[in-house]
Design a protein around this ligand. Structure first.
Ligand code: PBG
Length: 331
């Protein structure tokens, strides 16, 4: 598109910036609470809120408090929460069996949230890292993260989550073939309405550091995730990953991390035209929150600016730890 403009001074772009009302009127994108998915960390116990040092302002909540948070989310107009477990290290095994325990933390929390706030969406991650004693998203055999055997574990995990009432499954493991296996399993077990929001373009990123603290996987992780998560230098590969996940039955796709990968968000949305989400990950959150705490930036303004960038890039929504803060501000 070539903009048609008269030469200065007939054209003065500042005319449209002169007052808040006109800036509001011509704004090209708008962020609303309906654009948000709120990731929440769940822990065992009751009445507990435990701060996470590397994510100032974010806490691990016991299930009763997760239900309270879910109510608050619904009241704020946030359509969906994503639940992540802080798993007791004693329950982590090389086989990650806790992942498909029907009564594990996220499955129990999902049942509690759906009972209390049925109209709020619940999303769960399909990946083994919170349950695996070596911190990897797939099973490790002789030091290798094995693909096809991991799929069988992910399938069991996904079915247990659907059984618990999860509305959206988010395969975040980056094993090849996971979306197809999960979609087929859901069809075979009468869960045809369960949605898949695949972490389609998920990069091997250092921005996940604080999350791994939050779910207690940092100490456990041996090595890195570069044999399955994507190389940050690649773009075309992201489009192939998205195409594969859509062909295997994903309903929506995600790009992760968010802000450093806005070019990917933009290309995915333009090329595929499917619901596209970005994950403003823990490290992105931590940088804004920490600099804000120091008084080096205005946290609220940077939060709004960063989240607006996702809308500008074409995203339909954002997973963000700022969800309740920004939603209250927009209300
Ligand atoms: C697990 C998973 C990760 C995140 C979401 N799901 C971490 C990882 O892949 O190591 C990161 C989220 C964040 O950093 O906020 N598969």
């Amino acid at each position: 598109m070539t903009p048609v403009t008269a030469p200065f001074p007939m054209t003065r772009p500042r005319r449209l910036r002169q007052a808040p009302w006109v800036r509001e009127m011509v704004a090209e994108t708008k962020l609303t609470p309906a654009d948000l998915i709120w990731p929440i960390f769940v822990r065992e116990g009751e009445g507990l809120r435990e701060p996470i040092a590397s994510m100032p302002g974010v806490e691990r909540l016991s299930i009763d408090n997760v239900v309270e948070a879910a109510r608050a989310a619904a009241d704020l107009g946030i359509p969906c929460v994503a639940l992540f477990p802080y798993t007791d290290p004693a329950k982590k095994t090389p086989g990650a069996e806790e992942a498909w325990n029907p009564d594990n933390l996220v499955n129990t929390a999902t049942r509690a949230v759906k009972a209390a706030v049925p109209d709020l969406g619940v999303m769960l991650d399909v990946a083994l890292d919170p349950y695996n004693s070596d911190g990897h998203d797939g099973l490790v055999r002789d030091g290798v993260v094995v693909n096809d055997e991991s799929l069988l574990a992910l399938e069991k995990q996904a079915l247990a989550q659907a059984e618990a009432g999860a509305d959206i499954l988010g395969p975040s493991d980056m094993m090849d073939g996971r979306v197809g296996i999960i979609r087929q399993a859901l069809e075979n077990h009468d869960f045809q309405n369960v949605m898949i929001l695949s972490y389609a373009a998920k990069y091997a990123s250092a921005y996940y550091g604080p999350f791994r603290d939050a779910v207690g996987a940092s100490g456990a992780l041996k090595g890195d995730k570069k044999t399955y998560q994507m190389d940050p230098r690649n773009t075309d590969e992201a489009l192939r990953e998205v195409a594969i996940d859509l062909a295997e039955g994903a309903d929506m796709v995600m790009v992760k991390p968010g802000l450093p990968y806005l070019d990917i968000c933009s290309r995915v949305k333009r090329d595929f035209g499917v619901p596209t989400f970005a994950y403003q990950v823990s490290g992105e959150y931590a940088m804004i929150a920490a600099a804000g705490q120091q008084g080096w930036i205005d946290q609220d303004q940077v939060m709004v600016e960063s989240l607006s960038a996702f809308k500008r890039a074409g995203c339909d929504g954002v997973l963000t730890y700022f969800a309740p803060t920004i939603a209250s501000m927009l209300a």
